[in-house]
Write a protein that binds this ligand. Structure first.
Ligand code: RB5
Length: 142
């Protein structure tokens, strides 16, 4: 699987760790920045990762900011993207199974690195269930 990852300055350290983690899981990780803890604007990175997923350049996206919230708001403005902010493994599993989420956003000031890795693992390992959930996805406004 190709996974695009991005972060702002608040999520930089966690994103660096997750790039390596995703590669260790056997996936291809595309690091779309940021590349330091210098202050940047999270919408720039949310849009890059979300667009990569929408364009089919990546199968999944992972975004990290301080809360995970700004990244999710921006990513969901890109057509075809279903971004969820998760901080527990049940939610991320259901976001894949029922909502076919294709972008995960994390808050580096909300969860620690170990939980973040578990959530990313669950996100990449869980499958969409289809069936009645496909019908519901088809009702999403364009
Ligand atoms: C940066 O301070 C912070 O606002 C950003 O990382 C993010 O949490 C926004 O949603």
């Amino acid at each position: 699987m190709i996974v695009a990852l991005g972060a702002d300055h608040a999520g930089f350290a966690m994103k660096q760790d997750l790039v390596a983690f995703v590669r260790d899981l056997g996936h291809e990780a595309h690091d779309l920045g940021t590349s330091s803890e210098e202050s940047v604007d999270y919408p720039d990175f949310a849009a890059s990762v979300a667009q990569a997923v929408a364009d089919g350049k990546a199968n999944m996206g992972v975004l990290v900011c301080g809360t995970g919230l700004g990244m999710a708001i921006v990513a969901n403005k890109i057509r075809g993207v279903r971004a969820v902010s998760c901080s527990d493994s049940y939610s991320v599993r259901m976001a894949r199974a029922h909502n076919d989420a294709n972008v995960l956003t994390l808050g580096s000031r909300v969860i620690g690195g170990g939980i973040a890795q578990e959530i990313v693992r669950q996100f990449l390992d869980s499958a969409f269930e289809g069936g009645r959930h496909s019908r519901r996805l088809e009702k999403f406004p364009a």
